[in-house]
Design a protein around this ligand. Structure first.
Ligand SMILES: Cc1cc2nc3c(=O)[nH]c(=O)nc-3n(C[C@H](O)[C@H](O)[C@H](O)COP(=O)(O)OP(=O)(O)OC[C@H]3O[C@@H](n4cnc5c(N)ncnc54)[C@H](O)[C@@H]3O)c2cc1C
Length: 591
């Protein structure tokens, strides 16, 4: 795979000095990162930056990629005056600030290590391929691999400084039915059941033809990924609001594992078959005689044109971070709620802006289902990011600020989030115990993090017993114990279901009795946008009359019609892989 690093190719020094009379030695600075503090150590040798080491808990595929890129660039250019990585701006600014601080400690003065590195090359670039993909997230990468498998030459246009988009930060749950992993656990499942639950969970407003394609093809998408070397954890779970035990998690945990797997697959085809433009937002789809024939984009002011001989696939993700747009279209399942900026978003903000919707609409595509936006109960207060302990999986309780349970924790996401909004302060405590974290040093299946790290960051609190837990969350211990007992009665199968409708149907369900207990405060967060580009079962974009727009395809969160009014947890990753694969193969084989 050829990454068109226009920045590096055209980089030149504008002004400033490279190094200075700095004192050799090792200097350290700790700064606030995006997820957690970052400690940076800079080694100066012979007046030059010899190495940079970083201790961090930034997200794989996002902050971690930015750190590596910036460290390499600072060392190569002996300058901190470099461009940040789009999509990881907090990490970028903080890291560069920490490096500058270390240099200052070494005696550097203003202007030292400060030559401007820029790619101010304004000469327009034109590239040609069979298939051009707009958006290099999960759906874009799946489309690219599929198109390559079908013989196409591919260009990926990505606005961020890395591939993978919000898929990098996702939990990685992939719903598929009838798999060998389910069979090994004795879980009965089949595509028809997956179809029915997806339809019902989505309030029966999804397009059944698309849902059928999703449910029927999710098992083979899982095998497709395994064929690329991706490993799944044999412990099948249930993502939040999955409604059934069919969520398959990659190993290592987290959505970045899909991104890494697909990127490795792309790399196998080499630079003649696949080119990637990073930091290059698409601005327009090029039309000729009613057909989409390419994409116009900008790389830091430079015009980039990607000509598509067979098709353009739009895979730009959702619009959850576009506050103005989401408020404008919010007339569906959350119409009574203000989805303004007070509510955070779990996605990468700069990615989830819905630009692909506008591009496709201008090319004639119909946009459907925009009014239904997904609110998820697992947001961190203040940001809406999904940090720390998760609502996915089982044996985790929702406790309000009075110390009571208030919802069936296994319910759909809209039910969960609406129940949270009805609680005092629209917040709750997510309570887990030793059952979920038997070893604080072990990496959690769902978050890819250790409990030790989560505790160190301070957002998760630990209690030895329920009295201590009650003190931490400031509730009556008797009330808290009663709440937990109400769950345990079901988990012990003493009663079939509790007053909220919770049933212990999952193979992981156990009574929660033993400390340590872990707790974090959570709030609802904007998570997914169910509406988008109207596609048919072949991932062709269609207009309001249902007619195919020649040359235009779409896949992933940018599309509409699959998840109805409420997406089931774990169905988005299945969607990316299933429809990305279809879009790539159909575009590659287009006449
Ligand atoms: C925290 C979190 C946890 C989640 N967990 C799960 C889970 O466990 N299971 C599940 O099924 N779903 C989960 N989801 C949902 C799921 O991850 C997303 O719906 C899915 O990853 C979206 O993939 P995508 O490829 O459509 O979009 P993305 O992965 O966001 O990729 C879109 C890409 O397009 C790029 N782009 C946008 N506009 C332009 C433009 N104009 N030009 C060029 N590029 C552009 C973006 O920068 C981005 O890289 C989760 C989501 C989040 C945020």
């Amino acid at each position: 795979m050829k990454q068109i690093t226009l920045a590096v190719l055209a980089a030149f020094a504008i002004a400033g000095t490279c190094s200075a009379a700095v004192k050799d030695g090792t200097y350290t600075k700790t700064v606030t990162g995006h997820n957690a503090p970052i400690t940076v150590t800079v080694d100066i040798k012979g007046g030059k930056i010899a190495s940079i080491a970083t201790k961090d808990l930034e997200s794989p595929g996002v902050g971690k990629v930015a750190i590596k890129k910036l460290e390499d660039s600072v060392i190569k250019n002996q300058s901190t005056n470099i461009d940040i990585v789009s999509g990881a701006s907090v990490t970028s600014f903080q890291l560069l600030g920490a490096i500058k601080d270390c240099l200052k400690q070494a005696g550097a003065e203003k202007g030292d290590f400060n030559k401007r590195i820029t790619d101010a090359n304004k000469a327009p670039v034109t590239e040609r391929a069979d298939v051009v993909i707009v958006g290099g997230g999960g759906a874009g990468l799946a489309s690219a691999v599929s198109a390559l498998e079908h013989g196409a030459k591919v260009i990926i246009i990505e606005k961020l400084g890395f591939l993978g988009g919000s898929t990098n930060v996702c939990g990685g749950a992939l719903n598929a039915s009838g798999t060998k992993y389910q069979k090994a656990l004795g879980i009965e499942d089949n595509p028809q059941k997956h179809f029915e639950q997806t339809m019902k969970g989505g309030h029966n407003v999804s397009d059944p033809k698309l849902v059928k394609v999703l449910a029927d093809n999710a098992p083979s998408a899982l095998l497709w990924l395994e064929g690329m070397g991706l490993k799944f954890n044999p412990k099948v779970g249930a993502a939040t609001g999955a409604l059934y035990q069919r969520s398959h998690y990659p190993n290592p945990a987290g959505g970045n594992t899909y991104v890494v797997t697909l990127e490795k697959q792309l790399a196998k085809y080499g630079p003649d078959r696949v080119k990637v433009f990073l930091e290059t937002p698409a601005t327009e789809l090029i039309m000729k005689d009613g057909r989409v024939v390419g994409v116009k984009a900008k790389h830091k002011g430079q015009d980039v044109t990607a000509v598509a001989d067979k098709g353009v696939i739009v895979t730009t993700g959702g619009f959850g971070s576009n506050v103005e747009f989401r408020q404008k279209v919010n007339t569906g399942v959350w119409k009574e709620a203000d989805l303004g900026k007070e509510i955070g978003c779990s996605n990468i903000g700069v990615a989830a802006q819905g630009q692909g919707l506008q591009l496709a609409e201008k090319a004639g595509a119909e946009l459907i289902g925009l009014s239904d936006i997904q609110v998820h109960p697992n947001g961190s207060p203040g940001t809406g990011l999904m940090l720390d302990i998760k609502t996915s999986g089982r044996n985790r309780l929702f406790i309000n600020t009075n110390g009571d349970r208030f919802v069936n924790e296994g319910a759909a996401r809209d039910v969960l989030s609406k129940a949270v909004f009805a609680q005092p302060g629209s917040t709750y405590w997510l309570v887990q115990n030793k059952l979920r974290y038997p070893d604080e040093n072990a990496i959690d299946l769902l978050s890819g993090r250790t409990m030790r790290d989560m505790l160190a960051q301070g957002r998760v609190k630990k209690a030895a017993n329920l009295d201590e837990l009650a003190k931490i969350i400031n509730v009556d211990p008797a009330r808290l114990k009663a709440a937990i007992e109400s769950y345990n009665q079901v988990a012990r199968h003493e009663v079939e279901q509790d007053k909220f409708g919770f049933k212990a149907t999952h193979t992981d369900d156990r009574p929660m009795v033993e400390g340590p207990w872990y707790v974090a405060r959570k709030v609802p967060t904007i998570h997914h946008t169910m509406g988008g580009i109207h596609i048919d079962t072949g991932a062709h974009a269609v207009n309001a009359k249902g007619e195919i727009i020649p040359g235009l395809y779409a896949a992933g969160e940018v599309t509409g019609g699959i998840h109805g009014a409420n997406r089931l947890g774990g169905n988005a990753v299945a969607d990316l892989m299933v429809f990305g694969r279809i879009a790539g193969s159909n575009a590659a084989q287009a006449k």
